[in-house]
Structure formats: C-alpha cells, structure tokens
Design a protein around this ligand. Structure first.
Ligand code: NAD
Length: 301
C-alpha cells in the first residue's frame, strides 16, 4: 500500500508555481493577483481564506482580502463582485461560501465574470469543463487529477466509482475522469444516496472517490484488493483524548481499507491540501490568459 501524500505534493506544486512567478517577474510581466471576499465570522471560512491568502504569499502572488460583516446585504456584495470583475489588476477572485442567509449564493456565483471565476463554480466554466473546452476546474476535482497524475496511477480503461454527487466534488470528478484525456478514459459509475446496493458497486471499482460526508462510511468489505482510494471526506468526530476534543476522519474507514488498497489518501493530509494548490494553478492560468485568451476579454465567453 502506498500513501498519497497531499502535503508533499501540494508543496511541490507550490514550489513549481513560485518558480513560474519568479520567471514572470524576471521578464517584467504582471504578477498574478488573486482576491478573496470573506463575509461574516464563520471560523472554518476564516481559516480557509487565511490559508488561501497565505498560499498566495508563499508563491509570490499578489493577494487582496476583502472582509465584510454578517450584516452585508446582497446588493452590497454584488457591488463588490462587479468591482472585482471590472478591476484590470485582479486576475481571479473567489467569494468564500457559505454566505449569510440574506444573500442568494447562486445569484452571487452567476454575477462573477467566468473569466475570473478561479473557483470554477460558474455554470459557464462547468459547461466548458463538461465539453472538454479550456476551463477553470473546481478545486477539489482538479487536486484529485493532480494526485492521480503525479503518482503515476493509470486511469485509462479503469472502472471508477464515485460516491456522492455534489456539484463541487462528485459530479465534476465523474465528468473529468470519463473524458478522453491524459488523466481520464475511466468507465465511471456515479453513486449517491439512492443507489441500490452500493457495496456491490464499490467492490467492482478499480478507483474509488469517496465524497459523502459520513465518517468511515466505506468499510473494508466494500472494496476489492488493489483498489485506489481517494478519500475527500473531512468529518469531525468527538475525541476526548484530542486537544481540541475532536479529530478529523475521512469518509473511508482507513484502518480497514488501507491494507487492501494499492494507493490511498489519508485524512488529514490527503485531498485537503491540494485544494488551495488548485486555486493557485487556476489563478496562474488566469494571469496567463490560458483559459480565456486576452484577445477575447471584451467578448462574451
Ligand atoms: P455533499 O455533502 O454536498 O453531498 C453528499 C453526497 O453524498 C450527496 O450527493 C449524497 O447523495 C451522497 N450520499 C449521502 N448519503 C449517502 C449514502 N448513504 N450512500 C451513498 N451516497 C450518499 O458533498 P460534498 O460537498 O462533496 O462533501 C462531501 C465530503 O467531502 C464532506 O465531508 C466535506 O467536508 C468533504 N469535502 C472535502 C474537501 C477537501 O478539500 N478535502 C472539499 C469539499 C468537500
């Protein structure tokens, strides 16, 4: 069994991005600039955004953090989004979710210019991704592709079972892995809460992507020998022996599944660290005009 080390991989990718930034600087080019909008006081969101901004600094990007209180109105947030859409110095930006109840998240997502949507949440980017056109890929699926590629895991012709059909993980990774692409060409089964006999599906899998949100959901008797397991889940379980009173576990029962797996991601230290890296990669692609060429900037994508 080989452990897929997300921390190590994320650091390697950050070092590569930092090298690219140094090259841009040496050539007198424009330094990539990412902005993040954080509304409210949600502790998890604050910590995610902090880590995103810190990562920008580590690789030499410019970053701007816009913080507003919980009482911000939808109209005020849409104004901020509009300002960022129009600011030529900003290559890409994110609005950290969740948003306070008075703000319609979909309305905000749709207001973001797809050319700056480095989270890859806008339906234009999702549609482009589904059609195999250049697109900003959503962070977690993009991170999973990087893991599979950089660990030399063959995907072509393999049977991949994705558990969970969320818009941010399960559905996009099922599309990406079924594409005709270097990391792709899988036969994909997308399973969810209404799937009949889920263990029969997962036992047929060469690759399992678990994104369910239920601690230790995938058990040892649900997988076959040699399976590759990507555990996306991040769940808090009570642990009185831990300093914070809880610990993080994945959607996969690691102790039962790891002995049967050829590759497996740990939680924490697996998929999680790759998410920020994906955001940096999307921002670099935005700054380079790789997804939406600069000549097309004034046109509708
Ligand atoms: P979600 O919470 O939006 O949806 C869960 C999915 O699981 C649904 O599609 C549902 O159909 C499916 N499901 C629920 N019960 C099921 C069952 N009994 N059998 C089969 N399928 C079932 O999903 P999400 O936002 O993708 O999050 C999933 C997990 O991944 C959570 O633990 C979340 O915290 C974590 N997550 C981690 C990262 C990361 O960076 N590592 C990123 C996003 C989400």
């Amino acid at each position: 069994m080989q452990l897929i080390d997300g921390n190590k991989l994320a650091q390697e990718i950050k070092d590569e991005i930092a090298g690219e930034v140094r090259k841009i600087q040496a050539e007198g080019g424009k330094i990539p600039h990412l902005a993040a909008v954080l509304v409210g006081e949600d502790p998890a969101s604050q910590s995610y955004v902090r880590s995103k901004v810190r990562s920008c600094e580590q690789v030499g990007f410019k970053s701007t953090l816009i913080r507003r209180g919980t009482e911000l109105t939808e109209a005020e947030l849409l104004d901020i989004v509009q300002g960022l859409n129009e600011d030529p110095d900003i290559d890409g930006f994110i609005v950290q979710l969740p948003l306070p109840a008075q703000i319609d998240e979909l309305k905000v997502t749709l207001a973001i210019d797809p050319r700056k949507d480095v989270d890859g949440f806008h339906p234009v980017n999702f549609g482009r991704m589904a059609q195999g056109l250049p697109a900003y890929l959503p962070a977690t699926p993009y991170g999973i592709l990087q893991m599979l590629e950089r660990y030399g895991i063959e995907t072509s012709g393999k049977h991949c079972v994705v558990v969970g059909r969320s818009n941010i993980v399960g559905t996009p990774i099922s599309i990406l892995l079924s594409r005709k692409a270097k990391v792709g060409n899988c036969t994909v089964t997308l399973t969810h809460s209404r799937t009949r006999d889920l263990p029969a599906e997962t036992r047929r899998a060469d690759i399992i992507i678990a994104a369910i949100g239920i601690p230790n959901f995938v058990r040892g008797d649900m997988v076959k020998e040699g399976v590759v397991v990507i555990d996306v889940g991040i769940n808090r379980v009570d642990d009185p022996t831990a300093k914070r009173g809880y610990r993080l576990v994945g959607d996969v029962h690691f102790d039962e599944v790891a002995p049967k797996a050829s590759f497996i991601t740990p939680v924490p230290g697996g998929v999680g660290p790759m998410t920020v890296t994906s955001l940096l990669m999307n921002t670099l692609r935005a700054a380079r005009g790789e997804v939406y060429p600069p000549a097309a900037k004034s046109k509708t994508p």
